[in-house]
Ligand binder design. Structure first.
Ligand code: PLP
Length: 235
């Protein structure tokens, strides 16, 4: 099925702009992350040609092959589950890692980043729906995780990320977005640090997420069309 990247991109940007307008936010305060899982590299090149270069990857293997095909002109975000033995592939190659959810990962990022002489910019992923199937720290453990991160010299935490339960209606996801935003406020107050970024909202619910304060929305399906990928492409 042919996909018109420029048209799809413009449609998403219009959705972002009108959600911002409803709540009096500057559209430039919301950054689109184009979620590339299962997307052929050619289509990513089409997206970049259409003027968008911020790409979110879920699987390390696919990230590396996309990066090789598309090159370094893109800004690569990593949004998938992280195994500590894969961290070496992320350090120095990613602009932002959204999905850091435990101290062991922070320590490995610190070790690798220190050795490479770079800093890792990340978000802490929170399991806002308390789902066994999902990654993310519990809301209760988030403060401890942030404090741990604040003790590391080569890791900078910029905010929080969540993948709420998949529901049929965007409106039903609002309480989860609200919970992430209020947790962010609590953590900022408790630690006296700024956590400006909230990565929340996907194809279905980006408007609701923006209304609740999202600064990064992660959109796959509505940008690239329905996904077709095989399990061999994962990790
Ligand atoms: C796949 C994925 C998305 C994009 O979901 P769509 O519904 O296709 O827009 C966003 N965030 C994460 C973490 C994902 O894995």
């Amino acid at each position: 099925m042919p996909v018109n990247m420029a048209e799809n991109l413009a449609a998403i940007q219009r959705r972002i702009a009108s959600a911002c307008e409803r709540v009096g936010r500057n559209p430039e305060s919301v950054k689109l992350v184009a979620v590339a899982k299962g997307v052929p590299a050619q289509r990513l090149s089409g997206l970049i040609a259409a003027g968008h270069a911020r790409i979110g990857e879920s699987y390390v293997q696919e990230f590396l092959s996309h990066r090789e095909a598309v090159g370094e002109q893109a800004q690569w975000h990593f949004i998938g589950r992280i195994q500590s033995n894969k961290i070496k592939y992320l350090v120095g190659r990613t602009g932002l890692v959204h999905s850091v959810d435990r101290a062991k990962l922070l320590d490995e990022f610190e070790r690798r980043a220190a050795a490479a002489g770079v800093t890792v910019d990340c978000l802490l992923e929170v399991n806002v729906g308390d789902e066994d199937s999902k990654g993310g720290t519990s809301t209760d453990a988030a403060l401890g995780l942030l404090r741990h991160a604040l003790g590391l010299a080569h890791v900078r935490v910029h905010g929080l990320m969540a993948i709420p339960p998949f529901l049929d209606e965007a409106e039903a996801m609002r309480p989860y977005h609200r919970r992430l935003a209020s947790l962010r406020d609590e953590l900022q107050a408790a630690c006296g640090v700024a956590l400006p970024e909230l990565s929340m909202g996907m194809s279905l619910d980006l408007e609701v997420a923006i209304e609740e304060g999202a600064t990064l929305v992660r959109v796959g399906t509505d940008l690239f069309g329905p996904r077709t990928y095989t399990s061999s492409e994962r990790n």
